[in-house]
Design a protein. Structure first.
Length: 711
């Protein structure tokens, strides 16, 4: 038993050995097989390096293909066997530990480049031969008319020994002479070929100008022409050639014969078709891939006036769960089944289905009446997904979310259409999934704006685009300012001043809320110190700063808070951290531990938006809070005096409970004097709202505090 090679060099040489054994029998070389292997070794090394490069070096593939021609591997079988070896063994022996699917894709691109390089080199070699033959033919024009011409021997050697097919016909199209290479291409005898006429070789795929060029040449109006042409062989198969036809004149310049030079390109054409298919179709499902879909979509969007298009963008709901629980093999089988079902939905003219990647598929319909057709297409897709998929003995339920874009052609490009469909699909998924939604330009604009704000957030913090406004906390008993809540704002270069509801959710989603929250805390504590240094007891006594759920779980919360307070020289009792009730519903001891440590240091903890989280009031005993902040919903019914007695009883009960637990009560959203008076009567401690002041700069807050202090 032969051991597999261990080192990369051994594996590379093994690959070169396999390659040389496959190609050597069809190579016209005087070298021995081991010598030929040494010629292939640097080519194998270059393919290995191109496979491992960060960006696939297709030039390396082209160079290897050209080098095969230089090594006399000009037989079509040499290219076919080389590509088969690269396809079968390059990733195996030279792929290392990389992603096999990615390496196979890279290998396919290298094969494509090799074929292109081989074709180009062979073409250049063929053209050189053609030029030599043409020169010899011109010099031997008298051979046909004068049998004793002095150059007949040289022309005959070139004519019979050439690797390309050569034929001579008169100007009426009667075939007079052909060489052995051309007979082998067509698979006929010399006698059969001589009985043919050029005009009989019409093929349905002839280019429109083919016979126009022929007529011009036999009339003497053209000296030569070159094109790709197909011929039928006697057995019905098709022979594809690169055809060059030249006019031969006699010594007096009178047109006399036509000379045809044919290069057999059938194998190369089939290879190109295969590579084209692999480049434009998904390897797993066989559906058109993103590349081909974009080509079709662009063509559909450039259709003439009066045409419309409809696009369904499908993403499977919960596909990641299937992959994680059952494995990627089961996920792949599910995707294949879904692809087959989708294919059955798009059978009408102008319809197609493609896989963009992962579990994302698209279905396209075109025509003058896609407004109704695209809805029907989406409904058919949802319907074929209803039946469970059976995999490994399990029945899997498949659901999907679809975003639909429909409209007239000529108004949008492919990227814009696909982006709108993607946005709409995620809107359907956010609404619960298993549904389809129609694109809404306003919703698209909002999503694009959100994306723009998300990407601009990190740089905005570095550029200092955030600032803080302060809203006073007023004591309901004597009207004095007891503190202020810090509210962050974003001065966006394009959108102006943005409130926290526009960017805080985005910051939480991206994780930027932690550095942003740290900055807000640092700035707010510094402002509290400035108030105390400049105004003493006449300044706001406490600063309230909001904490997001992400900040609560950050391991550096306590240490960051301690460091900020120490650097600013501010006592912990000057700081109150506000945490929403919803963030603490069901909180375990690990989540509450940082808050308890801060409370033990003297930092006040306020339970913000109390009354909106449906929490158990009994949980208040175990929460390290010292302040309850009633949500503004409790004050809405108090704008008129007297207020709703039921609401008054609820607030009175909450205040009584809070005071019984030694908790202060702050009320948000106070907008009228009637509300303030009702809350004072009910025993609330402090309040904030537009009735007292809107959020503003720190100087305005201090002026309000001085007015309250002086009466």
């Amino acid at each position: 038993m032969i051991a597999e090679p261990d080192g990369p060099e051994d594996r590379l040489r093994r690959f070169a050995t396999i390659w040389s054994r496959a190609v050597f029998p069809v190579t016209s070389t005087s070298a021995t097989r081991p010598e030929f292997e040494e010629q292939l070794l640097p080519l194998a090394r270059r393919l290995s390096e191109a496979l491992a490069a960060r960006v696939v070096d297709t030039d390396a593939g082209r160079a290897v293909g050209a080098a095969l021609v230089d090594a006399h591997c000009t037989d079509p079988d040499a290219l076919t066997r080389s590509l088969d070896c690269v396809d079968a063994y390059l990733v195996l022996y030279c792929g290392g530990d990389g992603d096999r699917e990615d390496l196979r894709s890279r290998s396919a691109r290298l094969q494509h480049a090799m074929a292109a390089g081989f074709a180009q080199a062979l073409r250049e070699r063929t053209l050189a031969e053609q030029e030599a033959i043409a020169k010899a033919a011109l010099e031997a024009q008298g051979v046909v008319a004068q049998a004793l011409h002095a150059t007949e021997a040289r022309f005959r050697a070139v004519f019979e020994g050439a690797a390309i097919g050569i034929g001579i016909a008169d100007l009426d199209g009667n075939v007079l002479q052909v060489n052995g290479a051309l007979l082998r291409m067509f698979g006929v005898s010399d006698q059969t070929m001589r009985g043919r006429r050029v005009q009989e070789w019409i093929h349905p795929e002839d280019a429109p100008q083919t016979w126009t060029l022929y007529d011009e040449l036999v009339r003497g109006d053209r000296e030569h022409y070159h094109l790709e042409k197909a011929f039928y062989r006697p057995d019905g198969t098709v022979l594809w050639t690169n055809l060059t036809v030249s006019l031969l004149r006699d010594a007096d310049g009178v047109p006399q014969y036509q000379l045809a030079l044919m290069e057999d390109t059938t194998e190369r054409r089939l290879l190109n078709l295969r590579l084209r298919y692999e480049a434009t179709h998904d390897a797993l499902t066989g559906l058109p891939n993103r590349t081909l879909f974009f080509e079709r979509l662009e063509k559909a969007l450039n259709a003439g006036e009066g045409q419309r298009f409809g696009l369904c963008y499908l993403d499977l709901d919960g596909f990641k769960t299937i992959n994680d629980s059952l494995g990627h093999a089961a996920g792949d089988r599910l995707l294949v089944e879904v692809a087959d079902r989708l294919q059955s939905c798009a059978t009408a003219p102008g319809e197609m289905v493609a896989r963009l990647g992962g579990d994302e598929f698209v279905a396209l319909t075109t025509g003058p009446d896609t407004e109704s057709e695209v809805d029907d297409l989406a409904a058919r897709i949802m319907n074929v997904l209803l039946a469970p998929v059976r995999i490994d003995g399990r029945e899997l339920t498949v659901r999907g979310s679809i975003g639909i874009v429909e409209g007239p052609t000529g108004e949008r490009g492919p990227a814009e259409v696909l982006r709108s469909a993607d946005i709409t699909m995620y809107r359907a998924k956010s609404a619960g999934g298993n549904r389809f939604e129609l694109a809404d330009p306003e919703a698209d604009a909002r999503a694009i704006t959100r994306h723009g704000l998300t990407t601009a957030l990190p740089a905005a913090l570095d550029r200092g685009e955030f600032f803080i406004e302060y809203q006073p906390l007023v004591h309901l008993g004597d009207g004095s300012v007891r503190g202020a809540e810090a509210l962050v704002r974003w001065l966006h270069p394009q959108h102006g001043v943005l409130g926290p509801d526009r960017f805080i959710p985005l910051a939480e989603h991206t994780g930027l809320i932690v550095p942003l929250g740290r900055w807000v805390l640092e700035q707010s504590v510094r402002q509290a110190r400035e108030w105390r240094e400049r105004y003493g007891e006449n300044g706001p006594l406490r600063i309230n700063v909001n904490l997001s759920p992400c900040q609560l779980t950050h391991p550096g919360l306590v240490q960051d808070t301690v460091d900020i307070l120490e650097r600013a020289g501010v006592e912990p009792d000057a700081l109150c951290l506000e945490v929403t009730e919803s963030a603490l519903i069901g909180a375990d001891d690990d989540l509450l531990k940082p808050l308890r440590r801060l409370a033990e240091m003297g930092v006040d903890i306020a339970l913000d938006d109390f009354g909106t989280g449906y929490s158990n009031l009994a949980n208040l005993r175990r929460l390290p809070v010292s302040v309850l902040k009633l949500d503004r919903s409790f004050t809405q019914s108090m704008q008129q005096f007297p207020a709703d007695p039921v609401d008054l009883k609820i607030v009175e009960g909450i205040v009584s409970l809070a005071h019984g637990l030694n908790l202060a009560v702050t009320v948000e959203g106070v907008e009228t004097g009637a509300q303030a008076e009702q809350l004072r009567i009910l025993g609330c401690d402090t309040a904030q709202g537009w009735y007292y002041a809107r959020p503003g700069p720190p100087e305005r807050l201090h002026e309000l505090a001085l007015v309250d202090a002086t009466g």
